[in-house]
Design a protein around this ligand. Structure first.
Ligand code: SAM
Length: 369
């Protein structure tokens, strides 16, 4: 039977209808995957299967359209059919790439169902542990870079004020705690407005590292030379979501604006360190995550109304039961944190977005179109 204009138009319409159907199924899946919704595994499996079937129809329609177009070109038949087929092929490369990406999206969803606990901290005490050995080499190289990037030694004013010089917490320890803090923020629903501050940021390496996890990373530093080093480092790296403030943590008035406050024993003077701890813990809002990896804070945390969560993290103005409940909720999040880049828009974007809100993602998602 002759292929006519009406069939060409119908083919176009059928492709559009299948794409629309995919969008509807994606929206349905997103409702089922939302944070805090109880996962209906049967329904999620049904929708995944329906999307796969629909994708098959989309690919079949695309193939038919391109075959008919090739035939039409060869036979030089009706120009009206040709233009109808060309219109149907509009966006075809993009649609093909969406179809090709589906197995990865399907995998992304299946990572989330059924819900599974993933611990916040992954410590091993085994001797000759492969990860510990590798991290120790990584920490040592990171420290070499920090020394290279610090052009100033401690100033006299900071020394007299009772400050410690810029002594660095090993970056691997920092990483495991900020990663856990990020997942706690996901559980709190705060991860999309995350504000981090390093009280006593030295030359700013931890602010740089934190900028990979959080929307905004601030470094507060008393020592002017260190603050200048930090500012220079972040400007040279073109890191947009950071700020260095030259100021005193004891009199800083904006702790309430942060949902993660990091302080690594900034002051040598024990009484002044207490003042700093008092100031931070009294001015943050309840539920703020504090990251304080040193003994004095560990011994004082109960008196300061903070509850331990794990690692060196504490929940401010909270009970142990509240901290435990939050930790358990955070253990149900995924471990993915990479902020989405600027990928080409895709029909799967709503799934990628809802997954990201729960800590799930594909490490190569920005290559996916
Ligand atoms: C132990 S270092 C920590 C450096 C960095 N935060 C890290 O974890 O690698 C302490 C830093 O806190 C700064 N500091 C000490 N007292 C401070 C205060 N009251 N306000 C702001 N910064 C302070 C010191 O100058 C020093 O750079």
């Amino acid at each position: 039977m002759e292929f006519d204009l009406q069939q060409a138009v119908l083919l176009h319409k059928s492709l559009q209808a299948h794409l629309l159907q995919t969008e509807t199924l994606v929206a349905n899946l997103v409702i089922n995957l939302k944070p805090n919704s109880v996962l209906n595994i049967t329904e999620i499996n049904r929708v995944l299967a329906a999307i796969a079937t629909n994708n098959h129809q989309v690919s079949k329609a695309l193939l038919l359209i391109s075959t008919k177009l090739a035939e039409n070109n060869h036979n030089q038949t009706d120009p009206a059919i040709k233009s109808a087929l060309i219109a149907a092929m509009d966006n075809s490369n993009q649609i093909r790439s969406w179809m090709a990406a589906w197995p990865q999206i399907d995998y992304l969803v299946r990572m989330q169902v059924p819900a599974k606990r993933r611990k916040l901290f992954h410590k091993t005490t085994a001797e000759n542990d492969i990860t510990i050995s590798q991290l120790s080499a990584y920490d040592s190289a990171f420290e070499d870079l920090r020394v290279l990037l610090s052009t100033n030694s401690q100033g006299a004013d900071a020394l007299n004020h009772g400050c410690f010089p810029d002594i660095s917490l090993p970056n691997s320890v920092f990483l495991e705690n900020v990663h856990a803090a990020y997942r706690l923020m996901l559980a709190q629903g705060h991860a999309t407005q995350s504000q981090f501050i390093d009280v006593g940021c030295g030359c700013g390496m931890k602010v740089l590292q934190a900028s990979k996890f959080f929307n905004h990373a601030v470094g507060l530093e008393y020592d002017e030379g260190y603050a200048n080093d930090a500012q220079k480092l972040l400007a040279q790296m073109y890191v947009q979501n950071t700020l260095i403030i030259h100021g005193d943590g004891i009199t800083f008035d904006d702790y309430k604006d942060f949902n993660l406050v990091y302080f690594y024993r900034p002051m040598r003077d024990t009484e002044l360190l207490k003042n700093l701890e008092d100031k931070i813990t009294s001015s943050v809002t309840p539920g703020t995550i504090l990251f304080a990896p040193y003994n004095q804070f560990f011994y004082r945390h109960k008196d300061l109304n903070c509850a331990p969560i794990g690692g060196s993290l504490y929940l401010a103005k909270s009970t142990k039961a509240q901290a435990n409940a939050l930790r358990r909720k955070a253990e149900l999040t995924g471990t993915f944190f990479n902020k989405p880049g600027n990928p080409v828009p895709s029909i799967w974007d709503p799934i990628i977005k809802v997954s990201y809100e729960k800590g799930f993602g594909l490490d190569n998602s920005n290559k996916m179109t």
